[in-house]
Design a protein around this ligand. Structure first.
Ligand SMILES: NC(=O)C1=CN([C@@H]2O[C@H](COP(=O)(O)OP(=O)(O)OC[C@H]3O[C@@H](n4cnc5c(N)ncnc54)[C@H](O)[C@@H]3O)[C@@H](O)[C@H]2O)C=CC1
Ligand SMILES: CCCCCC(=O)/C=C/[C@H]1[C@H](O)CC(=O)[C@@H]1C/C=C\CCCC(=O)O
Length: 265
């Protein structure tokens, strides 16, 4: 299904990015893995070479919060694979204490990656069939009180995706751009919501966090990967947000106009 397609996944050394890499490989794509953690990234590449063959993946070390590193590695990926058809901005952290770092990775990193990918896809490949997936969160659609800045970055990713997808369509780029919004997933990121060095002043909300995780129930990376693949294949959507919860996946219906309550001045 994805034979001949080249995909890039940021934050692919572990967690969701690793699961996305697996499902892309299982469906025939070649995958450029990008992560700041080169030890885990290189270990994974060795494992994937055994499993899928040595020509299917290559690991590239880069920090998505660095303009220079992201731009350089993007050029390296083009030199290695020739072109890119699928680009997934997945790298993310949850650090309310170092909240500026969270903004730099979760929101600025997504904008940076989308612009690099869009520029390449619209020029080199005429856009046709190219797709960008931005990994947001259910916290991009409703407030997660234990992590206000994380929530802000994910709302930012959803808003950016909706606007840039329209810009892509109106400009005739032929590139679809969609957002993936999972609920709590069983990865190491979840631990950050419970650690004082990451939650900072919101450590007192740790029991609220646990009750939300219990309410939504942890989902497995493989379930999110299936929804990710659906979003790649579904050519009918652009600017969509696909929610993934334990009970299943569903597209968000955004209101044409927000509901308001008038006040008298
Ligand atoms: N685990 C969860 O409950 C949910 C996660 N998400 C989002 O999914 C994405 C992936 O998260 P997980 O797999 O859960 O986390 P994870 O912690 O398991 O994996 C994140 C990966 O991103 C990499 N990374 C972090 N900062 C980076 C940077 N500056 N440059 C390049 N790579 C970097 C890490 O080295 C790691 O390999 C994130 O954007 C996260 O916000 C969304 C909804 C739910
Ligand atoms: C317009 C309203 C849409 C509501 C979407 C929704 O269900 C939001 C749920 C959040 C609720 O406001 C309280 C929460 O904590 C929910 C967020 C839940 C999970 C966030 C996943 C965090 C992560 O990225 O790991």
């Amino acid at each position: 299904m994805l034979k001949g397609k080249v995909a890039v996944v940021s934050g692919s050394a572990q967690g969701l990015g690793k699961a996305f890499t697996h499902i892309l490989l299982e469906n025939g794509a070649q995958v450029a893995m990008l992560d700041v953690n080169h030890v885990m990234g290189q270990e994974l590449q060795v494992q994937l070479n055994h499993q899928y063959g040595s020509d299917r993946t290559q690991f590239f070390k880069a920090d998505v919060s660095s303009d220079q590193q992201f731009t350089d590695v993007f050029q390296e990926i083009i030199s290695k694979f020739g072109h890119i058809n699928i680009f997934c901005n997945n790298a993310g952290i949850a650090d309310e204490k170092n909240w500026e770092k969270t903004v730099s990775i979760n929101l600025s990193g997504v904008v940076r990656g989308t612009y690099l990918a869009l520029d390449h896809m619209k020029k080199e490949n005429g856009g046709n069939g190219c797709v960008i997936i931005n990994v947001a969160s259910l916290a991009g659609l409703g407030p997660f009180p234990s992590a206000p800045v994380y929530t802000a970055t994910k709302h930012g990713v959803v808003g950016f995706t909706r606007a840039i997808s329209m810009a892509s369509q109106v400009s005739g780029y032929g590139v679809r751009i969609n957002a993936l919004c999972p609920s709590f997933v069983r990865t190491t990121l979840i631990d950050s919501f419970k650690q004082e060095d990451k939650t900072g002043q919101f450590y007192n909300l740790v029991s609220l966090t646990q009750s939300l995780i219990d309410k939504f129930t942890l989902i497995e990376v493989e379930q999110v990967a299936k929804a990710f693949l659906h979003l790649i294949k579904d050519e009918s959507v652009n600017g969509a947000a696909l929610v993934v919860k334990s009970e299943g996946a569903a597209y968000v219906t955004f209101p044409k106009e927000v509901e308001t309550t008038p006040i008298s001045l």
